[in-house]
Design a binder for this molecule. Structure first.
Ligand code: DAH
Length: 356
């Protein structure tokens, strides 16, 4: 057997083996190692080619041709495999970075009303149906309106019921030559402002923030929200007051609720009362919420004191008025079964989100 034949055989064997191996390589590093080992300067093919010189002159052309062909075949096989691997790599990357453009967009978070705002709206809605208007007044108020015109004269012991924050250094002259500015302790001064600005018939409710110099605990905050109601007209009575409050309580807590009045003292009403509702938890039988009494205290009310009407120049011989006031926080605590008033103002979303 001639040398040529065996060299050509060897070249063909190399072609088969190297090609087969190429098909098993799966990464660029293995591919490069193959290239150096097979096609490199000191690689298998080069070594075989080195044998050409030892062939007889007439055997060289055939062997040379075979060598060139194998070289071309292996080089293009290498290029193909490399392209294949790179394409696969890109596909893999695309796969990894795949995004589903058909997914619906992420929803944006909708806000919601604060529980106190919600109660406030509900109360406003009830009284709007009774043809009351909603009015507001300043939180920084003349002492004169917060106390004096409401029949709580300076140095009168009734002032002790509501300890307020006095605004320091504000000795500007107020209405009627009065002095003193306070953070209002109740929404009642807006009664005064309304009656000074408007003649009867008057029907207003006044929601808003109020302030008390008070130690904070589960049922007291230095700032809270109240609503004041005021009706002044000819012939309006305590029966209308009671009917209106009953309508409100039933709208908020259910048609089975009853309202009762207990004698109570507020300087700006005569007679004055505290109003309670029958317990919405036990229906009036007695439970923890109503402290076994069957009743829950809601707020204060009464017939507007003649002295208050006189102070705003409404004739108490011709007109009567009634008024009430209560806190939204207390109502929200009861309605939503919350046990600590401070939760309303710590802005903890885990708490607030429960009022959807
Ligand atoms: N202003 C009173 C308070 O904050 C509540 C109140 C009681 C308002 C009786 C009234 C009323 O209008 O008639 O404690």
């Amino acid at each position: 057997m001639s040398t040529t034949v065996s060299l050509v055989d060897e070249l063909e064997q190399l072609e088969r083996n190297a090609q087969a191996e190429l098909g098993t390589l799966n990464d660029e590093a293995a591919l490069e190692e193959w290239r150096v080992r097979v096609l490199g300067r000191k690689g298998t093919l080069a070594t075989l080619l080195g044998g050409l010189g030892r062939l007889a002159a007439d055997e060289r052309p055939a062997a040379g041709q075979a060598a060139n062909r194998v070289k071309t075949v292996l080089e293009s096989a290498f290029g193909e495999r490399q392209a294949q691997l790179r394409a696969a790599g890109r596909t893999q990357q695309l796969e990894a970075e795949r995004i589903d453009v058909t997914l619906p967009a992420r929803g944006y978070r909708r806000g919601q009303e604060h529980p106190i705002t919600r109660i406030r709206r509900e109360v406003e809605d009830v009284f709007k149906r009774l043809s009351f208007s909603v009015v507001e007044g300043p939180e920084v108020e003349w002492d004169h309106y917060n106390f004096t015109l409401l029949n709580i004269p300076p140095d009168h012991p009734a002032r002790d019921i509501q300890d307020t924050f006095y605004v320091a250094g504000s000795d500007a002259e107020g209405p009627g030559g009065s002095r003193g500015v306070v953070l209002r302790t109740h929404t009642s001064p807006v009664q005064i402002r309304t009656m000074l600005a408007q003649r009867p018939p008057i029907r207003v409710i006044v929601p808003g923030k109020v302030y008390r110099n008070e130690a904070t605990d589960a049922s007291h905050e230095a700032m809270f929200t109240q609503v004041e109601g005021l009706c002044v007209d000819e012939h309006t009575t305590m029966g209308d007051l009671r009917g209106s409050l009953t309508f409100m309580i039933r709208s908020l807590f259910g048609q089975e609720r009853e309202v009762r009045f207990r004698c109570g003292y507020f300087p700006f009403v005569e007679p004055g009362a505290e109003f309670d509702m029958s317990c919405h938890v036990c229906g009036g039988n007695g439970c923890r919420t109503c402290k076994q009494t069957g009743w829950i205290e809601i707020g204060g009310c009464g017939m507007v004191h003649p002295k208050v009407l006189e102070a705003v120049e409404i004739d108490p011989a011709r007109y009567t008025g009634w008024a009430f006031g209560f806190g939204f926080e207390r109502m929200a605590l009861l309605k939503y079964g919350v046990d600590d008033i401070r939760l309303f103002y710590t802005n903890d979303l885990r708490f607030l989100k429960q009022f959807r």
